[in-house]
Design a protein around this ligand. Structure first.
Ligand code: 5GP
Ligand code: ZN
Length: 113
């Protein structure tokens, strides 16, 4: 999608710190980290967000979650991490290209804010 920040990052038009990439996903460090590990895992396909996702995107969303789990294993943060999808502006979604936040490396509070 032309005007999407994360599509531009996937295409390399905007620089990012790549963590992982494969055929379906791209993962990079969040520019404003909220934990020692704060990685964004995005599908290469432009999907606006979870509420706009279609049944055909189910596998892709699961794939992003498993990519996050693999990164957590590599980072040795399996004693506690969280994968988060912010959905809609009241939940803090600010970029409208579906992304899984991987947060870890510190104690995480529950419930989240
Ligand atoms: P949201 O608030 O939509 O759930 O998450 C968007 C995330 O993207 C935020 O955590 C924000 O810090 C991150 N972000 C926004 N712009 C950029 C950017 O240009 N580069 C990177 N690496 N992260 C960004
Ligand atoms: Zn996009």
């Amino acid at each position: 999608m032309n005007d999407c920040l994360f599509c531009k990052i996937i295409d390399g038009k905007i620089p990012s710190k790549k963590v992982y990439e494969d055929e379906h996903t791209y993962a990079f460090d969040d520019i404003n980290p909220q934990a020692p590990t704060h990685v964004l895992v995005v599908p290469k396909k432009h999907v606006r967000g979870l509420k706009e996702a279609a049944a055909e995107d189910a596998q892709l969303i699961g794939y992003c979650q498993l990519a996050a789990a693999n990164i957590a294993r590599q980072r040795n943060i399996e004693d506690g991490y969280r994968t988060v999808l912010n959905v809609g502006p009241r939940a803090g979604q600010s970029v409208f290209h579906l992304h899984v936040h991987l947060l870890g490396g510190r104690n995480l509070q529950w419930p989240p804010g």
